[in-house]
Design a protein around this ligand. Sequence first.
Ligand SMILES: Nc1ncnc2c1ncn2[C@@H]1O[C@H](COP(=O)(O)OP(=O)(O)OP(=O)(O)O)[C@@H](O)[C@H]1O
Ligand SMILES: [Mg+2]
Length: 506
Amino acid sequence: MAILWNSLILLFIVLVSLFLIRVLLFKTGLIYITNKWWRRFEDCFHVCQFFKVPEFSDGMQHNQLYRKVSVYLNSLTSMEDSDFTNLFTGKKSNEIVLGLDPNQVIEDDFLGAKVSWINERKLNRNTFVLKVRKADKRRILRPYLQHIHSVSDELEQIRKDLRLHINVRDDRDDGDHDDDDDNLRNGRWRSVPFTHPSTFETIAMETDLKNRVKSDLESFIKAKQYYHRLGRVWKRSFLLYGPSGTGKSSFVAAMANFLCYDVYDVDLSRVSSDSDLKMLLLQTTSKSVIVIEDLDRFLIGKSSTTALSLSGVLNFMDGILNTCCFEERVMVFTMNSKDQIDPAILRPGRIDVHIHFPLCDFSAFKTLASSCLGLKDHKLFPQVEEIFQNGASLSPAEMSELMIANRNSPSRALKTVITALQTDGDGRGSAAGRRLGDGGSRKSTDESSEHSGVLFSRDNTVKEFRKLYGLLRLKSHRNSPSLDSATAGHKDKSPSSDLASLQRDD
Ligand SMILES: Nc1ncnc2c1ncn2[C@@H]1O[C@H](COP(=O)(O)OP(=O)(O)OP(=O)(O)O)[C@@H](O)[C@H]1O
Ligand SMILES: [Mg+2]
């Protein structure tokens, strides 16, 4: 009995002691010190290798890997847990970001192996030094560096502020650039923050079509391996066509915002030659939307101020120029009409997806009334619907301008829209409808009407655009006949196989 009693007391004392040791270790940080010593002790039995990632190469060029490692390390949870680290305000006023201190050591785990990084600073030169056990090196080094690449790419994509790049004129017309050239070093692009607020949600368009475009873009950005297996350039080309003021440029902005891609707006009138266009493209980055607006004007010879040839543009559209540098580009071409365009230019591969932007129909009108006036329904809606049924229409730009101008009085806004439809828009849809009867062949009646305005928010180098909203006479055809599920089912067979499912040719 006494033995049992003594054993119980002993057990109790052991448990209490263990509990007290645990409290002591965890509350005082002794556990942390013990772990640290233990790791140092373990390291004594391993041969380690060190890899340096200097900030600059010998030629004083930025080492991109240094930047990626920095982005990666600053995102690690071990940064937060480290003894000390720097705190900075982020891009947003309430954001706080962590930053490595010189000579700070950061631990990381990868595939069960422990590695550490030190942010070494000597003679004003920063270098990250990776310490990895020799036994683990062969197994983890390559995948670890790839992991750093992809994590930092993702983080940069999420955090980056989008930019709008605009090509400036090349004063030399020979297109012969050498490496020391200032112009080349600074690049032919000037950029401003891309702050266009347009999103797919703000664009009045068939929901189904919008969703198809979104999923098309999503599947494109995941399809790197697929494109490479096919031996194709990883790009996707869109043609947005339709009358002025129907939302083509806004849609490009929505695409860029959706993808978080920079926008390169190529003004062909500022491209002096084919080699100049090549140079411009070589200076674009991957994960970007490259836009050529009003391509029809160039193709039908209205922009004759440039020595750029058709074949130069076709090479660009085919992506031949891009194979030598980065990929993952979305190309967008806009046109008012594709009537006079040689079908070969618009063939799949050059243009993968055609999207028609029509004038307003009643459904688009309701979307605009909801977004501009906050109206879901109104007693004047049936009257508006009837006018649409009679074939009248306006462009979404005209319609939304009228609504915005009268936003304080929804009834007045609707009456103004009705008057405009009855006068300006009368017969616009039906007249165009007659033209549409011949297989989608249509042409704006007064394409030459020109007007100034600002496209995106840009500085004074921004291209001015030239059309008067609402002067075009085209039919609103919102019901696409080709959005059938059978075609959509073929979507993955080739990058252009879902052309028909998105194409809205009437
Ligand atoms: N479908 C739409 N939904 C919402 N707003 C639209 C739509 N279409 C045009 N708008 C509005 O009209 C204005 C002009 O649109 P946008 O510049 O995108 O037209 P566009 O088709 O590019 O015209 P253009 O052919 O003249 O360049 C923008 O302010 C835009 O917000
Ligand atoms: Mg436009």
